[in-house]
Design a protein around this ligand. Sequence first.
Ligand SMILES: Cc1ncc(COP(=O)(O)O)c(C=O)c1O
Length: 370
Amino acid sequence: MNAVPFLDLSIEFWRLETEWLDTIRASGASGRFIMGPQVTGFEREAAEYLGVEHAVAVANGTDALWLSLRALQIGPGDEVITTPFTFFATAEVISQVGATPVFVDICEDTFNLDEDQIAARITSNTRAIVPVHLFGQPLDMDKIVALAQDSGLAVVEDCAQAFGARWGDAAVGSMGDTGCFSFYPTKVLGCYGDGGMVATRRADVAARIRHLRDHSAVAAYIHDGVGHNSRLDEIQAALLRIKLRTIGSALAERRRVASRYAERLDGLDIVLPSPRAGSEHVFNSYTIRVADRDRVRQKLSDQGIASAVYYPQPLHKQPVYRSLGNRNGALPVSESVCGQVISLPIFPDMTSAQIDQVCAVLASAITGVT
Ligand SMILES: Cc1ncc(COP(=O)(O)O)c(C=O)c1O
């Protein structure tokens, strides 16, 4: 049996090689390497794809979140509600601006922030909600936006793993005050280095982020604030433009893999992803829950099948956030799923034979029958 990688980015590279290398040559010849026509072209096309007025390319997804919070003037003394079951950056940026993350537990079936538990954690200090469309699965944005409007809160969507996902007719990233994307290579829309973007309908917020991402410059070498260097380069933007043109087929490929997994794994003692009615999941990860996670992972690994654990520890139990006082058992769903999740290989071009091989090994690990 051949090994099955967790993801294989080389297949796509070879498909795009000529077109991308041609654009690198053109950028080199033009002498524009940072914030040139490829970046503005990508911002225009990404905004159009997402159905927002403004897209501002930045250096990575963490900066997209951090610059959003800064642009919304969230800072010391403020509380920001988010999920404890996410990549660290989501909460890290809240702390970086001097605010306090307030963790609310997640739903068992979606792994996302439980929309119905948010209201109880809003205080007079709460300024924003940062929902994370984890693994590519959208939250119920109707509920989040309505609650935020009623309570006077901002919404910063963490869409790092969910480019192209939709809640109803709307793309994720288009419903909050900002939508923050990562183009880290493993993401649904990934470049060949670091990259990120903020999408927004708000002209005022877009203008503040453009200002902050370039050292708060108002003219050449004139600065009216303390900003940051967070720019996307031309070569990454050129690649993202190429990939954006075929994002529909990349997403369809991920859905093909996910539906074959769902078909083949049905009936086993495994909790499978369950996209909500009316939403479009993009399966940045295909994450399942099993009772005896570490033994099952070992069996997969023994048979050459790569897997990952996103995430082994909820954020409220991270050493840095212990001082927030969330005792053991405070957020029980997050705590239990961290011990049960396995993310299986998923990538465009994954063959049916590879999917079936993963399913066969998983079935024998779960049932004990080889
Ligand atoms: C949910 C989430 N938020 C934020 C980020 C940060 O993105 P980046 O790595 O581009 O800074 C990531 C990236 O892994 C992520 O998965």
